[in-house]
Design a protein around this ligand. Structure first.
Ligand code: NAD
Length: 362
């Protein structure tokens, strides 16, 4: 197959981890006879430096005209003093809004050999393999009224949690479809004991479930879910939830697997999907060859699977990552004195090279 991929490396470690993912995609293309065209564009701070705006029109145009987008990360100390609407992070909201990317998919899978790198006990997290499906373009981050107003005795800050039936239906469908490719279990997370918007959420999800009789649906209140995630994460397959709850729970789920440097994500909804590691631009380690490229390489694998239906190719990347980890290679963020002999400690480029080497052997 032929695919045009928009490559947006962004800031900090973004431009370091991106080439590793592109190298893996090139290896896949050669092996499986595909043709991927990569077109680079600026986003975030890099774009601000050149154009004054975090999401220039040319970048958005490229994103719209591509078959998929691979993004590194945006942000950094240099741009922290700017107004919110011209900060690097604004580019992410812009891309999500403009491209209609209403569903964020974040798998959290523990690689068994990294159990010791997590802050949680190995016996609790072993076997964790879940997917958080977060609604991305609605809820309290976008609801109106919003703002801060003066009052007689100070100020009043307001945000509004709001969901409509179509918004809930479409995200629920994404979750049920994803569950069909996995262990066929959906846990819908809400706060229906307190919030009317959650009451509607639950009712609509139950309605959508009727079209998926092969998938088991359960419900949890978000506070209980936060607890269950660290008590027994193995009980979960697919979690589906609102923008705000998903923001928090997906970070909690990330910690189950040890390092933020391991986790990919997909944002889908329209014809073009966007794939990015869940981590930020990590300015503290940028330019030092310390960043773990696995989250970005795994994001490229998600792109192959979700945007191009190339499941075999995606699985080949996942297997190559697993094999390199099995051989004891670690970047600093996933090293643990118990599992990683010091001679196997590697930097960003070497980790990328090793994964490609494994891919080449397949
Ligand atoms: P961060 O994810 O950049 O870093 C958090 C910690 O994790 C740091 O100690 C960092 O060194 C480490 N880390 C992150 N990715 C790593 C990797 N691949 N390998 C090894 N270690 C890694 O989060 P932060 O420090 O809160 O934010 C830094 C900047 O990134 C900010 O400007 C923030 O707004 C931005 N940010 C961007 C995104 C995005 O582009 N999607 C997401 C989150 C934060």
């Amino acid at each position: 197959m032929k695919a045009r991929i928009a490559v947006l490396p962004g800031d900090g470690i973004g431009p370091e981890v991106m080439p590793q993912a592109l190298q893996a995609l090139e290896t896949i293309a050669k092996q499986f006879g595909h043709s991927f065209t990569f077109t680079h564009a600026d986003v975030g701070g890099a774009a601000i430096d050149k154009t004054g705006r975090p999401l220039p029109d040319e970048t958005l145009k490229l994103a719209r005209e591509s078959d998929a987008i691979l993004l590194g990360a945006v942000g950094g100390y240099k741009w922290e003093g700017l107004a919110y609407d011209v900060r690097p992070e604004r580019a992410l909201l812009g891309l999500r809004e403009q491209l209609g990317l209403f569903a964020n998919l974040r798998p959290a899978k523990l690689y068994p050999m990294l159990a010791d790198a997590s802050t949680l006990k190995a016996e609790v997290i072993t076997g964790t393999d879940l997917l958080v499906v977060r609604e991305l373009t609605g809820g309290i981050y976008f609801g109106k009224p919003k703002g801060i107003e003066k009052t007689a005795d100070g100020e009043r800050g307001v945000n509004t949690e709001v969901y409509t039936t179509p918004e809930i239906v479409r995200i629920a469908k994404v979750a049920f479809e994803a569950a069909r490719k996995r262990r066929k279990k959906v846990m819908s997370v809400d706060k229906a004991n307190v919030l009317e918007s959650s009451e509607l959420w639950r009712r609509v999800v139950i309605g959508v479930a009727k079209d998926y009789p092969d998938v088991e649906l359960s419900h949890l209140y978000v506070d209980n879910c936060a607890m269950q995630l660290i008590r027994n994460p193995r009980q979960f397959d697919v979690l589906v939830t609102t923008n705000l709850f998903g923001d928090i729970l997906s970070d909690e789920a990330a910690m189950l697997t040890g390092s933020i440097g391991m986790l990919p994500s997909a944002s889908i909804g329209s014809t073009v999907g966007m794939y990015e590691p869940i981590h930020g631009s990590a300015p503290d380690i940028a330019g030092k060859d310390l960043a773990n490229p696995i989250a970005t390489i795994a994001s490229a694998a998600m792109m192959l699977s979700y945007s191009f239906n190339l499941d075999k190719e995606a699985a080949a990347i996942d297997r190559a990552i697993l094999r390199v980890l099995e051989q004891g290679y670690r970047t600093k963020d996933i090293a643990s004195s118990k599992t990683s002999p010091p001679e196997r400690m590697v930097g960003t480029k070497e980790m990328g090279r090793l994964i490609c080497q494994e891919l080449g052997k397949a």
